[in-house]
Design a protein around this ligand. Structure first.
Ligand SMILES: [Zn+2]
Ligand SMILES: [Zn+2]
Length: 217
């Protein structure tokens, strides 16, 4: 058995002991080490829904997770072995639809995404997850850093979308985790360039600790 934090209704999370899940074909069992709290988790907690996604049954939240592989299901490749630390990509697409076939698997309409009803998330001792969506973590990255890779990818995507290059001047509005990681990605080029200025603005007026990295040089 292993504990899981279950959202039973908006505003109420209960700790439950649940059986250790058994990895299916192509899946591995992961003992969770660290999980980030996303804005979506907060929305589900406070409102019980995000748009059309409604929590209609008890749901385990959390989708930004790292952990340690503990067991292998049938049909796994051997790329991961028990004891391997991994970061988990939370959305597992179908692999067969039009979006998946053209490589845009993030748009798969049948994606199974941690903590999106009715799929349970990672605020649990154990989860099963597709081997292909578990990425080995190098020793120098902490468990917490591993859990931040999913929101970091949002910053990488934003930087690409905005065509940020060495020498770009960048402003990031909103200094929550995503904003700070977007600023960190934008700033990553600074070490190789010079002369650019970047800033992240606080999400709310008076949120002083949000000021970050202005006037980088
Ligand atoms: Zn998230
Ligand atoms: Zn698909």
């Amino acid at each position: 058995m292993g504990p899981a934090a279950v959202l039973v209704r908006p505003g109420e999370i209960r700790l439950e002991d649940r059986p250790v899940p058994v990895p299916g074909h192509g899946q591995v069992l992961v003992e969770v080490s660290a999980v980030g709290v996303c804005g979506s988790d907060v929305h589900y907690f406070t409102d019980g829904r995000i748009g059309d996604f409604v929590v209609e049954a008890p749901l385990v939240l959390g989708h930004e997770a790292s952990g340690v592989v503990r067991a292998l299901g049938p049909g796994t490749t051997g790329r991961l072995q028990p004891g391997q630390r991994v970061a988990m990509e939370p959305g597992v697409p179908c692999g067969h639809c039009r979006a998946c076939r053209r490589g845009a698997y993030n748009l798969c309409p049948d994606v199974r995404f941690f903590a999106t009803p009715p799929i349970d998330g990672a605020f649990a001792r154990y989860v099963v997850h597709d081997e292909d969506f578990c990425y080995p973590l190098p020793d120098h990255l902490s468990d917490d850093a591993g859990a931040l890779l999913e929101p970091l990818s949002v910053g990488v995507w934003a930087a690409r979308k905005a065509h940020i290059e060495v020498g770009s001047q960048v402003i990031v509005t909103g200094a929550g985790p995503i904003g700070l990681l977007a600023a960190a990605v934008a700033r990553a080029g600074r070490d190789r360039g010079r002369g650019e200025r970047r800033a992240a603005l606080p999400s709310r007026p008076g949120q002083k600790d949000g000021r970050h990295g202005s006037g980088g040089r």
